[in-house]
Design a binder for this molecule. Structure first.
Ligand code: T1G
Length: 701
């Protein structure tokens, strides 16, 4: 018996236990082991009933995702699932933790299922660009009906054990030890002479319902909500097969659709994103056993939008916060803003009033820094000025206890300079939250030159408690996300001077997979913000780095975006819906004329290249400078902070998928035509010459 699957018998109950930490994923060895154990149970004449369970923290969390894209190895998971279903001895699956994907499919192949009350079950394959490929699309509808099966398979969202029982996906809930519960249930199956109950032979849930209408409605919903996604329509087609075909043919149809998804670029991108997100937690020079500090009391300085969002992030994680403002009126406004933010969530139904009160009870306010003397961590979210940050950090250095972590939420200022305002640079770190901070999961952890390993380990662990995706970045203007988005926004603006309209630029980039176009984004954040940054840049950039003039032109015309109802687009009072701005084109034409640019027609593909390749080129420079440690970290930032479509995998993954030689060739053309901004990044040239990918490159520590 291979090491990860154990067979034993207790009386007439055969116990098949899978042990493949950390999540009992089903790789080739596990699939082979399960088949062997099943065979052993068949030939064991004293074994009358089987129990399939897992050791460790969870039941099977799915097929081994690391195997995707590699040559398939027998036995396949469908083969294993079908073998368990065909067993002539009843088989009971005992679920604890999360039974996901192939894990739930294994359980569906068994004849009975019990789940621990705190367990969850789901078919999240769609999130990886796949669909359940081991019978889930055929067996789940036969137990739970088409409507529930479609909901679970197309959303990929798990359900809890109670819901699973309500939908006949599990037979019974238990508390405590899975092994004991499994043996007890199996014995009852035996004593009651229940025998096998093959899921594939169930049909009740498919009857008496207009499944065709359900399928058609979901198909239309997917087409409307998820345009461009490859696997969701195929999920619907696979479930439809369960309503039209006998099990064997339905399984064949499912397999064919699964293989289509497996071969898709979207699957490669989504699986890349899955591992990239987990890779961020691994920091090469941070030993796993680095001590971490206890964080129970947090101070947040500044009750503006960011400060309140950050404070809510912490209280949502059950961590007490002392929110500091300059005076009582400002503090009351901040606390009111926090309450209103929670009330909006309650109104949306995403938060219960009781939980809202629990969270707000953890939020205290103060105006005297001495109240921070016991804080374990203080985060400042004050005005983005070095002088203001200096005053704050000098004061914190005086009042905070030794070992307190002092963090800045700065989005662009030099963290090392800020650390220099204190006597404890090793305790200073950047925590760059993204607005709205209580919603956005991305967190750029800015590691200063002197940031201590303990501090780094502590904030990385803390980010998990906050349910944030923390990416460690180095110190530079804009760190990773904002530094790259500046290049992208500049090109988008230049394109308006060269002949494009905001609608065309935004439309091209949305079709490419960005959640929001750069012009709509600018209107949302306010053109006055962009204008003041632009003036700073004009004062510092050399003359061979020209800047566009569209932003200045709109600012001069008082068009500041949503806040004035007119910017790149027009907005009806109280509406955020962008409408064409009839006064814009004459302004663009005037800018083109003044700059001697002959406006020309631009294709969507060209627009995407100019904007996305600008991201990629800057990302290559960021990699080479060590501001990001790996290209997948940059992808995680763009997938979770800038609306880059998950099925694109992120800018650096996208570049690798195009081939760096092809990307470099286009950037060289842009360099020829547009000058210094398009100087190819040396790392891009090096990797292209070597025929390598960004994913192959690692910063030599
Ligand atoms: N395969 C391989 N490795 C996996 C894995 C999997 N299915 N799931 C997790 N890992 C690794 C992960 O990379 C990390 O590694 C470690 O386990 C801990 O994960 C035919 C085709 C189960 C809810 O999509 O949702 O079945 O970074 O940090 O926060 O139809 O992992 O430590 O080296 O996420 O406690 C369907 C994916 C597969 C579930 C646990 N299943 N996993 O969360 O730990 S496709 C999934 C998760 C499939 C069949 C199809 C979560 C979790 P490292 P973690 P966690």
């Amino acid at each position: 018996m291979n090491s990860s699957v154990n067979y034993e018998r207790q009386g007439e109950v055969a116990l098949i236990t899978l042990n493949n930490p950390p999540v009992n994923a089903l790789g080739q060895a596990q699939r082979e082991g399960l088949l062997r154990a099943l065979h052993q149970a068949q030939i064991d004449t004293q074994a009358k009933v089987l129990v399939l369970l897992c050791s460790g923290r969870t039941f099977i969390a799915g097929a081994d995702i690391k195997e995707f894209g590699k040559p398939p190895q027998a036995p396949s998971l469908p083969e294993v699932v079908n073998a368990y279903e065909q067993s002539d001895k009843p088989c009971v699956a005992v679920i604890h933790g999360t039974a996901l994907g192939g894990g739930l499919e294994m359980a569906l192949g068994c004849h009975y299922r019990i789940a621990r009350r705190d367990a969850k079950v789901g078919l999240p394959e769609v999130k990886l660009g796949l669909l359940p490929g081991a019978g889930g699309t055929q067996r789940l509808p036969r137990l739970a009906g088409v409507a529930k099966a479609l909901e679970m398979i197309v959303s990929g969202q798990p359900i809890n054990a109670l819901q699973a029982r309500e939908h006949q996906i599990v037979d019974e809930l238990f508390d405590g030890d899975p092994r004991a519960a499994g043996i007890a249930f199996a014995q009852r199956v035996l004593d009651s002479g229940l025998g096998v109950r093959r899921t594939g032979e169930q049909a009740a849930a498919l009857k008496g319902v207009d499944n065709g209408a359900l399928i058609a409605a979901k198909r239309a919903d997917v087409a409307k909500r998820l345009p461009g996604f490859f696997s969701p329509p195929r999920c619907v087609a696979a479930v439809e097969a369960a309503t039209l075909l006998p099990l064997v043919e339905g399984l064949q149809r499912e397999r064919a659709l699964f293989q289509e998804c497996l071969a898709s670029e979207q699957r490669a991108a989504l699986v890349h994103g899955f591992f990239a997100e987990r890779q961020c937690a691994h920091i090469d020079d941070l030993p796993k056993d680095t001590p971490v500090r206890v964080i129970e009391r947090v101070g947040v300085i500044g009750g503006g939008t960011m400060g309140v969002g950050i404070a809510l992030s912490f209280v949502s994680a059950g961590i007490a916060v002392m929110l500091m403002e300059v005076d009582e009126p400002a503090l009351q406004r901040a606390l009111q803003r926090a309450r209103e933010t929670c009330e909006a969530s309650v109104a949306r139904g995403s938060l219960s009033p009781a939980v809202m009160e629990q969270r707000l009870a953890l939020l205290h306010g103060g105006v005297d820094y001495s109240e921070l003397a016991t804080a374990d961590l203080v985060i400042e979210a004050v005005f983005e000025s070095l002088e203001v940050k200096r005053q704050v950090f000098e004061r914190l250095d005086q009042v905070c206890k030794p070992g307190a972590i002092l963090a800045s939420n700065t989005s662009s200022l030099d963290l090392d300079v800020i650390a220099g305002f204190t006597s404890r640079a090793e305790d200073v770190v950047g925590l760059h939250f993204f607005s709205p901070a209580n919603v956005m999961r991305l967190l750029e952890v800015v590691r200063g030159r002197h940031t201590g390993l303990e501090v780094l380990a502590t904030v990385m662990q803390l980010s998990k408690r906050l349910n944030k995706i923390a990416v460690v970045v180095g110190v530079c203007d804009g760190f990773v996300g904002n530094r790259m988005i500046f290049q992208y926004g500049r090109e988008a603006e230049f394109l308006l001077e060269e002949g494009a309209t905001p609608e065309q630029v935004d439309g091209a980039l949305r079709n490419f997979g960005l959640a929001m176009g750069p012009n709509a984004m600018r209107d949302l954040s306010g053109l006055d913000i962009g204008w003041s940054i632009r003036q700073r840049q004009r004062a510092t950039l050399p003359s061979n780095y020209p800047l566009p003039d569209v932003l200045d032109t709109l600012y001069a015309a008082g068009m500041l975006g949503q806040k004035t109802g007119q910017g790149f687009y027009c907005y009806a009072p109280g509406s955020r819906r962008p409408e064409p701005n009839p006064e814009l084109l004459p302004l663009l034409e005037a800018v083109s004329r003044e700059k001697g640019i002959e406006r020309r027609a631009l294709s969507d593909d060209y627009i995407v290249e100019r904007c996305v390749f600008a991201l990629i080129n800057e990302g290559a420079k960021i990699l080479q400078e060590g501001i990001a440690r790996r290209s997948s970290d940059i992808d995680v930032i763009y997938l979770n902070g800038y609306g880059f479509a998950a099925w694109r995998g992120g800018p650096m993954f996208y570049a690798d998928s195009l081939g760096l030689d092809n990307v470099l060739a286009r950037i060289r053309e842009f360099h020829q035509r547009f000058g210094a901004w398009w100087e190819p990044a040396p790392l891009l040239e090096q990797l292209a010459a070597e025929g390598r990918r960004f994913a192959d490159w690692k910063l030599e520590s």
